[in-house]
Design a protein around this ligand. Structure first.
Ligand code: NAP
Length: 276
């Protein structure tokens, strides 16, 4: 049976050390979160982020707009937050409604306050092998989880499934930086199982059930980033946990794996930015 990569346990450990650090900070960080529309999943994520920040001693500011807010109004709000000295971190909850250009909104955030690490400046730094102000939260959480279990990355064959700016592309860059041999797959990849069978480590960030036991070599490490509701309304990941956990060496569960690590990284990034 695979060892479970326990994201909740590591998250709690990170929160303990963050709390101690925050207690000593004379000026607490302020995280501003912008939410547009009434997407129920986004509302839950934002509520959790706010609650977690406050529990740790981080100030939080939530700004909510109806789904028909104009792009201009959002851009003006970001400008205001950029110049507000009290606000040390800004997050725009994704997805945004279709009439809003997501890239334009993200580009408007000051890189020094870009807590998600998704502005072109921070992604550009990451892709050129330099240090961004902060690393994107989910990729950062994945690497923290792998490191916690002492999983070697150097020289390993790592297959990343999914190529979003949020997860797939930045995690691939971070793994390259750690000297892994990285292969990227996506919806146009031919013979996905042939490629995944070469992997020592798989990171799947798709949002559909795409990884089954027959696609993997034994004793590999499986990181499941996907989170969605299956046809029965149950929270599910990309990986068939039942069968894969019998042959893999390590597996991250959904829920309880990458999800808690994303929020831990968000809080780490908020504290890091306040110190810069
Ligand atoms: P996304 O923007 O939804 O894109 C999905 C990616 O999967 C795309 O690159 C797509 O390829 C690829 N894909 C789709 N069908 C495929 C298939 N059959 N085989 C191989 N690749 C396929 O990605 P995302 O925003 O990174 O989200 C992915 C999943 O992770 C979602 O379930 C999301 O909810 C979850 N997520 C979880 C966390 C967390 O904290 N746990 C954080 C972020 C995201 P193309 O590029 O060719 O379209």
């Amino acid at each position: 049976m695979a060892t479970i990569l326990d994201g909740k346990k590591l998250r709690d450990k990170i929160f303990e050390s963050l709390k101690a650090k925050l207690d000593k900070m004379p000026q607490k960080p302020t995280l501003a979160v912008i939410l547009v529309g009434e997407n129920p999943a986004s509302q839950i994520y934002v509520r959790n982020k706010k609650k977690t920040a406050e529990k740790l001693g981080i100030n939080s500011l939530s700004i909510e707009y109806p789904s028909d807010v104009s792009e201009e109004e959002l851009l003006n709000k970001i400008k205001e937050l950029n110049s507000n000295e009290k606000v040390t971190a800004i997050l725009v909850q994704l997805p945004l409604p279709a009439h809003i250009n997501k890239n334009k909104i993200i580009d408007a955030i000051l890189p020094q306050k870009d807590v998600d690490g998704l502005t072109p400046y921070n992604l550009g730094k990451l892709f050129s092998g330099e240090e961004p102000y902060v690393y994107p939260c989910t990729p950062k959480g994945i690497l923290l989880l792998l490191d916690e279990y002492n999983i070697e990355l150097e020289g390993k064959n790592i297959v990343v499934v999914g190529r979003s700016n949020l997860v797939g592309k930045p995690v691939a860059q971070m793994l390259l930086k750690r000297n892994a041999t990285v292969t990227m797959c996506h919806s146009h990849t031919k013979n996905l199982p042939e490629i995944t069978k070469t992997a020592d480590i798989i990171v799947s960030a798709v949002g559909k059930k795409v990884i089954g036991e027959k696609m993997l070599k034994s004793n590999c490490v499986v990181i499941d980033v996907g989170i969605f509701r299956d046809e029965n309304g149950k929270i599910s990941g990309d990986v068939d946990f039942e069968s894969v956990s019998k042959t893999a060496a390590y597996i991250s569960p959904v829920p309880g794996g990458v999800g808690p690590m994303t929020i831990a990284s968000l809080m780490l990034n908020t504290v890091e930015l306040a110190g810069k």
